[in-house]
Design a protein around this ligand. Structure first.
Ligand code: MN
Length: 230
């Protein structure tokens, strides 16, 4: 008996590779919370107190750079979060930090868009963050660059501007948990797979974006991740 899908199977979410017509197929999106000390403090937390923690976004929350999108619903306080995005090329579990770079396909600049008001409500009521973090179009991802061209991206300027005005400014070397440690921790919680993306946390200076504005995340050596809100 031939089996067939009862609905059209969804096509994978794919992101462009810089300088190429190739596409990177997205499997899952993991995000690290509070990975820069100054941002942890601005959100009222002690950056020295805890190991890295993770939340997720659906794969189809990822959108490429350069789009104009509807302003997200159900929020009066949409925030930008400039982040280094790690793209996994080789899966694995229990990866040790010294081996982590072998599992990386490449890197991108990203914006972990956050409905901060819904997140604050979730924190206050001890409910999940999903609707604050995992909404449609909530992961703006710039073109991916292969690690063979970028190197390990352990330092370099990371900035966010809104309509050209500086909002966030930091350096990748300020991450509390560097990329290799994040992969080691995360691969003990889940088995990583090719196509997984990891958004590695944001420096201080998060703030609101209004309808009509353009937000750009830039990381030295990578293509920018830009989004405009209708
Ligand atoms: Mn974030």
């Amino acid at each position: 008996m031939t089996q067939s899908f009862v609905l059209p199977a969804p096509a994978p979410t794919c992101l462009p590779v810089a300088g190429s017509d190739d596409l990177f197929p997205v499997r899952r999106i993991f995000c690290v919370g509070r990975n820069y000390a100054e941002h942890a403090r601005e959100m009222g937390n002690d950056p020295d107190a805890e190991p890295p923690f993770f939340f997720t976004k659906p794969a189809d929350a990822a959108i490429p750079s350069g789009l104009t999108i509807p302003f997200p619903p159900m929020t009066q306080n949409l925030h930008h979060e400039a982040e280094l995005v790690v793209a996994i090329g080789k899966g694995g579990a229990n990866i040790d930090a010294p081996d982590a770079m072998e599992h990386i396909w490449g890197f991108a600049a990203g914006n972990d868009l956050t409905r901060r008001d819904l997140q604050a409500e979730a924190k206050a009521t001890r409910r999940p963050w999903d609707m604050a973090k995992g909404f449609d179009n909530s992961a703006v991802i710039g073109p991916l660059h292969p690690i063979a061209q970028t190197g390990p991206m352990t330092s370099g300027a990371i900035t966010c501007t809104v309509d050209g005005e500086a909002r966030q400014s930091g350096d990748l070397s300020e991450m509390i948990w560097p990329t290799a440690d994040i992969i080691a921790f995360l691969s003990r919680l889940v088995t990583l797979a090719p196509g997984d993306l990891i958004m590695t946390g944001t420096p201080a200076g998060v703030g609101a974006i209004e309808p009509g504005q353009t937000c750009a995340v830039e990381i030295a050596g990578l293509s920018p991740a830009e989004v405009t809100f209708a």
